[in-house]
Design a protein around this ligand. Structure first.
Ligand SMILES: [Zn+2]
Length: 137
């Protein structure tokens, strides 16, 4: 239901109605729930994948952003989007393997793709499937 209130404007001498929009659902609660799940599930899985394929990273941070699923810095830090926990397991793994490969090549060149191919042979299909998922705030 929309709340309405009557206000008096002393400058115009007119009454006007201020209509208040219904309060939005608490989106932060959902984000915090996903963040808690992400913090619990993503770092151990990243460590597992790194150990399995011989990658060493510096630090992993769980991020709340809408611009990417993951990123990797030249300092060897990996950022993972907390929304990764909403993806199927194989896509979660794909994003993590993709970022781990960036530890060696900070670009999407042929050597990066050859490395990605060796650790994740289904990477092309995964990339295509990942595009069907939109990151929404
Ligand atoms: Zn990349």
């Amino acid at each position: 239901m929309t709340m309405s209130k009557l206000f008096f404007n002393p400058f115009t001498g007119l009454y006007y109605i201020l209509r208040r929009k219904p309060r939005k659902a608490p989106v932060n609660q959902e984000v915090e729930r996903l963040r808690a799940q992400a913090k619990q599930e993503l770092p151990p899985r990243l460590k597992e994948l790194a150990d399995e394929h011989g990658f060493t990273y510096n630090r992993v941070t769980i991020k709340n952003n809408v611009s990417n699923w993951g990123s990797c810095s030249s300092k060897g830090n990996i950022n993972l989007n907390l929304r990764l926990v909403t993806l199927p397991d194989h896509l979660r793994d794909y994003v993590m393997l993709h970022e781990l490969c960036h530890l060696k090549y900070l670009n999407h060149g042929p050597r990066f793709h050859a490395l990605l191919e060796s650790v994740c042979p289904r990477h092309r299909a995964c990339e295509k499937e990942l595009k069907t998922y939109k990151i929404t705030a």
